[in-house]
Design a protein around this ligand. Sequence first.
Ligand code: SF4
Length: 380
Amino acid sequence: MSGRVQDQISGQIKGWCPGALRPMVSGDGLVVRIRPHAGRLGAAQARALADLAGTHGNGLIDLGSRAHLQLRGVTEAGLPALHQSLLQLDLLDSSAEAEARRNILTTPLHRDGDETLALVAALEEALREAPPLPAKFGFAVDTGARAILGSASADLRIERAASGLILRAEGMVRGEPVTAATAIPRLMEILGWFLAQGSATRMARLTATPPLAATEAPLSGPALSPGMTGAGLCLALPFGQLQADMLRALAIAPLRLTPWRSVILEGVGAAPVQGLIETADDPLLRVAACTGAPGCLSAAAPVRDLARALAPLVPRGRHLHVSGCAKGCAHPGAARLTLTAGVGGFDLIENGPASATPVLRGLSPDDIPAILRGRLDPQL
Ligand code: SF4
């Protein structure tokens, strides 16, 4: 392993954010994270990425909660050529630090003629010159008709209120009115103020109140579900993953990536490929499962096939989390039921995260359906 990738592994221990220039090491090779500008892939970009996933990776592509893509199974030998191709596709930043700073979520429901794409471009430009930011510090440009990214993590948000655009800091209910011209300069002022506060890592953890004239609340709307939207058909990816062939099949139009592990096919009304989630009541949306074995080095067992098999047992309004280890990456919070893989089998946890004390230990996958049936009764 080269010194460069070795440095990247050590960097993971210190908790930096992975990217294309700082790939993560996983059980199936390197994981190369890509942040398309404004969360949007042109059809040609999507087709090219599908080719790259097969040429330099194992053909599996994750869609993550920052509306980013991850090519899995990339070899160290293939990394330079992959970087070169990503650069040609306008999908590579100038440095690992620059790609970490460009942690911007964009509403997938932006509309022709609204300010969204111009604001994202201006924010990207401003962040190029910004000082280093804490690892998970992020931004949301949520300027469709309503703000829909409220459930996704962001420290500074540009949103729409009844009177126009506002700038809002996480932890504040209201934001300061801004215009398309003043929004980014004002955001950068508040970012500078945050950095001057000292060692805080997130805006919501500050004890001081950001100096915003916060008078307007955003117009909020619900997070997106699979189905038709004003921008096109929204399709969710089972467990947030798709094969390169499926990405190629989807690339009949630009793709807007969402933080809910779904994509909107711009202007398209019918799914061009089977196997994705098209309706909000699909049982697969009631289960969460991480990469598990063999893709994750920490996993004690495979989890996704088990989660897929158990999904029909989960009634509406209930949620099952199947985790490869106690870290619980796929669902960090509490779930009604969680199955956590361990060396002796699966542990069952009720109303807790994957690391909580189990009520049953050492279950085999064959025993689990009968045990879950009683505990997932909708009447309980
Ligand atoms: S929860 Fe554990 S096994 Fe699953 S992806 Fe995270 S670290 Fe890996």
